[in-house]
Design a protein around this ligand. Sequence first.
Ligand SMILES: Cc1ncc(COP(=O)(O)O)c(C=O)c1O
Length: 396
Amino acid sequence: MPEDKHPPTAFDTQAVWAAEEGPFPYGAATMPIVSAATFAYPDLDSWQAVALGQRAGHIYSRNSNPTLAVLEEKIARLDGTEAAAGFATGMAAISSTLFTLLSPGERVVSIRDSYGGTNVLFEEFLPRFGITATLCNTTDHEQLEREIALGCKVLYLETPTNPTLKVVDIARLSAAARRQGAVVVTDNTFATPYNQKPAALGSDLVLYSATKFLGGHSDVLGGLVSGRGDLVHCIHHFREIAGATLHADAAYSILRGMKTLGLRMARHNQSAQAIAEHLRRHPKVAAAYYPGLDTHPGHEIAVRQMRGFGGVLAFVPRGGIGELRTVLDALQLAQRAAHLGGVATTAGPPAVTSHVELTAEERARAGIPETLIRYSVGIEDAGDLIADLDQALARI
Ligand SMILES: Cc1ncc(COP(=O)(O)O)c(C=O)c1O
């Protein structure tokens, strides 16, 4: 048997080494940022050999770039997929994937609780191209299976969802989609490859807002899609023309973040579990949402398909909008920001974060309380975060 070029190793080892075994130019210890827009050749023959794909190399950074290529190989290796493509933002990855896969007259089946921007694609932009999106109740697996059985080109999933952390059974729904020949796409932003491997559960493509946990430091925007080689090839072709390629600078920042992904996710998982359990019992909290709580409706599925339950939780302080304001404004160890997945704790209501694109009625229909606080647990000391939440809740 040929020797396996990349024998399986533990996640933390892969996070450091995958695609970064080197050697790198100049003997550099890390992959350098190749910020060149284009690549020059000494003669036409060598240029043409690369342009025609007869020799490895790069022509123009909208099409491919050495630093970006390392990031693409890294996420594919961590996801256990064949290939990946990097985009300027998570939304660029999502929209490019959907526009590559879908044609006029075709149908996508998805869930109501997708990220707000994704919802806008389903409800506003795709219909303009004659593509229909049927959005099912997120946790109603029977309804999803019925809609899939009616025929669809794409099944689009996201789990856990933003911001109420609903859990969708990837293996069960992928099996239903496979019977119809549909392509399964899963947004794995909240879980990351540390907590969940959608490809092993039957998803053909895995999407990320790399802006969140993969980058991890709230200092870079990016998006990634990884999965089946033939599909990624088509999405990559779309990217060459639509042009929302990730820049080498951003690719480098995300690569640096990903080296500590395992360490950070282990801490996020542990702290979020402790905080969710604290909030569930808190007298000033009306509801707490976290897939790691055994009272959470999606807990059983989460236990089956996730290694840990992630760094995002949500809770509803008792009272109305006034109380929400009081608690949010009193938090000292949380940035009030439309973001999640960073090393610093971030908090905000969906009305100004994940679901700002929706009206209050649409949020109500999606089952998102206006007084919900999405709380992305950073890597600070969990005891300090609990004390901060307690002092803020005590003001109600
Ligand atoms: C689950 C999920 N998917 C996609 C996106 C979009 O990513 P980006 O902001 O990088 O475009 C977000 C952003 O918050 C998200 O939370």
